[in-house]
Design a protein around this ligand. Structure first.
Ligand code: 1CP
Length: 335
């Protein structure tokens, strides 16, 4: 079995095309839907055989250049002592949002003890995969949003009010979350993942100045500690055109952008960083002629250090055939 290292080579800047998708192991796959009739998401994540099977599905079926561990950003909540559930069509819901005491007493996790199933899943995958395995965590702000808002938010007003009124306590929360995220990512690296992606989905709700004042140092701290392991780091967020120049300061290898940014413009701002993205996931609901046209727009706008991906995860109602045809198209088309 030849190892396909296109993704690692594209990140390094070699003239090669690489493609994978966020949420490539999800509801648009019939095999996934079948399993979900029997198990809930945490039963699947906590079962290393099932989790490894789902992780491999898109690699086998689509021939993508990377596998992303089937897990969730909330998987560290249980060992942190957070009471929560994943609600259908809504996502994570925290049963009791954190107060000052909860933040001061937040548990620092020991992943080798509490998240053994993740270790086992990674070990299975490393022996069976022929593409790089992407491990991941959320960024500290994105976890803080769930812990303070209670659930995904439209306006992020609770977290903003909290951080502005209790900035010292917010800083402590960010520090503790950053330690936990670091420990979780270090643990995945030790288990064998080849690439790390930090999903900081919600930082784009902040102004550039607030992002700089309240968030940036924690991400920098996380990244600088991870750097010792010498594996590529991808930083993903949404709605970040206005802070892209600040993200360029991060010592990460890849910045993942959404579709609201022209990728050619992002190339100018992000200088020599690799860029991941940025097809709108909704495009995959359209006819293939439109998918092809929008994909060509992207490929024509960026010709080095590019990893083809969507700007966010694959939508559950995406026709599988469209995803399959897109992978083949990106792999074959000459510009
Ligand atoms: O089948 C189901 O009902 C479960 C749906 C589901 C799935 C498939 C959840 C609940 N999580 C996951 C897996 C998951 N989550 C992966 C697996 C690997 C892959 O990409 O194929 C990854 C990388 C995530 C990451 C994740 N979870 C993020 C960051 C990326 C993003 O979407 O912005 C976030 C914010 C979450 C929280 C979460 N967990 C589940 C849902 C539906 C959500 C999102 C809810 C929200 O928008 O707030």
């Amino acid at each position: 079995m030849n190892f396909n290292d296109n993704l690692l080579r594209a990140i390094r800047g070699e003239p090669i095309r690489a493609i994978w998708f966020m949420r490539q192991a999800g509801r648009y796959l019939s095999e996934y839907k079948k399993l979900r009739e029997k198990y809930n998401i945490f039963e699947m994540i906590k079962n290393p055989e099932i989790s490894a099977y789902i992780t491999k599905l898109p690699v086998d079926k689509l021939n993508v250049d990377g596998a992303i561990l089937f897990s969730d950003i909330t998987i560290i909540f249980e060992p942190m002592g957070i009471d929560f559930e994943i609600v259908e069509n809504k996502g994570p819901v925290i049963r009791k949002v954190l107060n000052e005491d909860d933040i001061r007493n937040l548990i620092i996790i020991e992943p080798f003890e509490s998240l053994d199933f993740v270790y086992k899943t990674i070990k299975i995958l490393k022996s069976e995969l022929n593409v790089p395995l992407i491990g991941f965590s959320a960024g500290p702000f994105t976890l803080a949003v769930y812990l303070i808002e209670g659930t995904r938010s439209k306006d992020f007003l609770k977290i903003k009010e909290f951080m502005l009124k209790n900035s010292t306590l917010f800083d402590l929360l960010m520090e503790k979350l950053t330690i936990n995220i670091y420990k979780f990512l270090e643990f995945q690296i030790k288990a064998g993942v080849d690439i790390i992606q930090i999903f900081d989905s919600w930082v784009g709700c902040l102004s550039p100045n607030i992002f700089k004042l309240f968030i940036l140092k924690h991400i920098k701290n996380l990244v600088s500690k991870l750097k010792q392991y010498n594996i590529p780091i991808i930083y993903f967020s949404l709605n970040t055109y206005s802070i892209l120049h600040i993200l360029n300061e991060l010592d990460v290898d890849v910045i993942s952008i959404d579709w609201r940014i022209d990728i050619g413009k992002a190339r100018e701002i992000l200088k020599d960083k690799a860029i991941q993205g940025n097809l709108d996931p909704a495009i995959l609901l359209a006819d293939f002629e439109i998918i092809k046209k929008e994909t060509m727009e992207i490929l024509k706008s960026i010709n080095y250090k590019h990893i083809f991906n969507l700007g966010h995860g694959i939508l559950p109602n995406t026709p599988f055939i469209n995803v399959k045809k897109l992978v083949d198209f990106v792999k074959e088309v000459k510009i």
